[in-house]
Design a protein around this ligand. Structure first.
Ligand SMILES: *[C@@H]1O[C@H](CO)[C@@H](O)[C@H](O)[C@H]1NC(C)=O
Ligand SMILES: *[C@@H]1O[C@H](CO)[C@@H](O)[C@H](O)[C@H]1NC(C)=O
Length: 629
């Protein structure tokens, strides 16, 4: 940086030098000297003085006679060259320096009044403490009046369950007071290095550390602390907000703070009426290697300053609810989650996860979901933020009132499926729903479908409008597509609630003609094909009994229960049934996409997946395939 800034600076001075300009070469040298002795980033000034001297000797000239304009031009040049907006040069013929009286030199009574007036405290609902500090007092004052301040203010606050620490109006203060404040929010056992301050005029570096012994009770490091900031928050208050935020000891809410400086001085340039304003000290956080200076402290949660208290209160309420939410989620998983062997690890991770930086209910839902996904690798087990979600909806068996009357039954079947024979003697059947089977229904279906299609050359099963139904009918339909002489295992269902495992195989006896295993089957899918429709398409692939053609399916989760966690907008979906295919693979209910070949391709892909070391649980997620035909 130094190397690129110096020539720029030199150019600037070249342009302003003139024997009869209002800014003499001697002043330029003096300004450079001030910078060299006071600017808090001396490393950026390397070589500057030599460069200026050379520029003077070579005698380039440009006249600016108006002094204010000259000051503006110089300011732009210095700021640009050193990339620091705090450096300014001003022309002020009437400037009278006023030094604010040092706080500690005030009469004791006045000082106490002043300090007390800059602090407000309150106890809000739910034992939430509220502490507003408008001026951070320095070390000297703190040591002198610590016990008095304790009695009147801190003692009340120390016993609250959580704290809103309002620094929105804190525009004055001393950096030396920062360690005191941080100390109240940390442990005495492990001292924390908060800040390193370099002061250029004294060429000294001071480290700020928390203090082992302080007056009064500590707030400790466990209870929630929310710091409020506004765009006016500046100086020492920014140091407090920055340190507590970066230490992850507090959440900051409000506006980005002003971006002040540790110390800025206005220095007269020789005996002229020009002044240069220079930041003479700088702060570096050992936590981040950076600083709150100039850029300010950005809040964890952005709201306009006016709304910060309300936001902080709602945030505290959310954070308060976390243990209960975690407990409730653990209960649901423990009771319903179908992968019982994954439950202990899930519960353990939920318990040990630190949700300390959660800033909203939605944020909490996202974190919880991440935790579940990490352990379960099960896309069906999810936690979502669902403000619109009303009640606990469970996926249950659909209401299948199959009519008894033979005429009505046929009419009912007509609404569920269509049968046709297409040119080329291709059979076509469209199922829009898998109805729970019964003897009567089976008989009617046999007539309507299997008798009608028995002599076709091949068969298209159209599931593009199929949104599910009962998975008990899957085995029946699949049985028609196999040779009944051979018993085949289609799939297995494990039901966590019943704690039962059911195998679904070729039925020993079916009504009507069997379609058999020889003729080609094509299954059509769409984005709308869902739940049991997807299971059917999946089985056709895993049994290598046909080709799936069409759009990727909807990926509708099957066999799960969704619960809204009481008092929140967080909902958990827990799968309580596992669908295990004929290869012993768990299908996690994701989208099915078409395949080109009913045999080799699907199988080949599965093997690739396993060889690549991907967990078996990923099986069934978007199998890539090129729909052809
Ligand atoms: C500042 O102090 C350091 C040692 O602490 C020294 O190496 C350095 O030369 C000093 N710089 C100036 C400009 O005095
Ligand atoms: C589930 O059933 C198996 C035997 O089939 C038994 O060993 C196990 O303890 C049962 N689990 C529960 C949670 O009831």
């Amino acid at each position: 940086m130094a190397h690129s800034t110096v020539p720029l600076l030199m150019m600037l001075f070249l342009c302003t030098l003139s024997s009869n300009s209002s800014f003499q070469p001697a002043l330029v040298l003096e300004m450079a000297k001030i910078l060299l002795e006071n600017y808090c980033f001396p490393e950026n000034l390397v070589g500057m003085q030599e460069a200026i001297q050379q520029a003077i000797n070579s005698g380039e000239i440009l006249q600016i006679s108006d002094r204010k304009t000259l000051a503006t031009v110089l300011t732009a040049g210095v700021q640009g060259a050193l990339n620091d907006p705090r450096l300014t040069i001003s022309y002020e013929p009437n400037f009278v320096p006023v030094m604010p009286p040092a706080l500690s030199s005030l009469p004791k009574e006045q000082l106490i009044r002043l300090v007390k007036n800059s602090v407000k405290s309150d106890i809000l609902e739910n034992n939430v403490g509220y502490l507003r500090i408008d001026r951070i007092i320095g070390e000297e004052t703190a040591v002198k009046f610590g016990s008095q301040l304790m009695e009147s203010i801190w003692d009340k606050i120390a016993h609250t369950s959580s704290l809103i620490f309002d620094l929105r109006y804190s525009t004055a203060g001393e950096l030396s007071g920062v360690p005191f404040i941080i100390s109240y929010f940390s442990d005495p056992e492990s001292l924390i290095h908060i800040d390193t301050v370099y002061d250029r005029p004294s060429n000294s570096t001071k480290e700020l550390w928390t203090i082992p012994s302080i007056v009064g009770e500590r707030y400790g490091k466990e209870k929630d602390v929310i710091i409020l900031t506004s765009r006016h928050t500046t100086g020492a208050a920014e140091a407090v907000a920055y340190a507590l935020k970066k230490l992850r000891r507090a959440i900051t809410v409000g506006e980005r703070s002003a971006g002040g400086s540790v110390k800025v001085q206005k220095i007269r340039i020789a005996q002229s009426k020009f002044y240069i304003t220079v930041p003479v000290a700088r702060s570096v956080s050992p936590i981040t290697g950076q600083s709150w200076e100039v850029t300010g402290v950005s809040p964890n949660v952005h709201v306009i300053a006016k709304e910060a208290v309300a936001k902080a209160k709602s945030l505290l309420a959310i954070r308060n609810s976390i243990p209960k939410v975690v407990q409730s989620i653990s209960d649901k998983i423990n009771r319903f989650y179908t992968f019982t062997e994954r439950v202990p690890a899930l519960l353990q991770l939920l318990e040990s996860t630190d949700f300390v930086s959660v800033v909203s209910e939605e944020d909490l839902a996202i974190r919880l979901n991440q935790v579940l996904q990490t352990v379960s690798e099960d896309p069906r087990l999810t936690i979502k933020y669902m403000p619109e979600y009303a009640a606990n909806v469970e996926e249950g068996p659909e209401d299948d009132r199959v009519p008894d009357d033979p005429g009505l039954l046929m009419e009912y079947i007509d609404t569920l499926l269509k049968v046709e024979i297409l040119p080329g003697n291709t059979g076509y059947v469209r199922f829009d729903k898998f109805v729970k089977s019964s003897a009567k229904l089976e008989e009617a279906m046999a007539k309507k479908v299997w008798v009608a299609l028995k002599d076709t050359a091949n068969l298209i099963i159209d599931l593009r409008y199929n949104t599910g139904g009962s998975s008990t009918s899957l085995a029946i339909i699949l049985s028609y597509l196999q040779d009944t002489s051979q018993k085949q295992h289609f799939f297995t269902i494990y039901d966590r609630i019943q704690n039962s495992t059911t195998e679904h195989n070729t039925l020993p006896k079916i009504t009507g003609p069997v379609y058999g295993s020889k003729r080609e089957i094509y299954v059509l899918t769409s984005y709308y094909t869902a739940s049991v429709g997807e299971e059917f398409a999946y089985l056709i692939q895993s049994l290598h009994r046909g080709t799936v053609i069409g759009e990727i399916t909807s990926g509708t989760l099957m066999h799960s229960k969704t619960f809204k966690i009481e008092g929140t907008n967080i909902a958990i979906t827990v799968p309580f049934i596992n669908f295990i295919d004929n290869n012993g693979e768990f299908w996690l209910g994701a989208k099915i996409s078409g395949t080109t070949s009913p045999t080799s391709k699907v199988h080949g892909e599965d093997e690739t997946i396993h060889n690549a070391g991907t967990p078996a649980t990923l099986k069934g997620r978007e199998k890539a395939g090129v729909p052809a035909l």
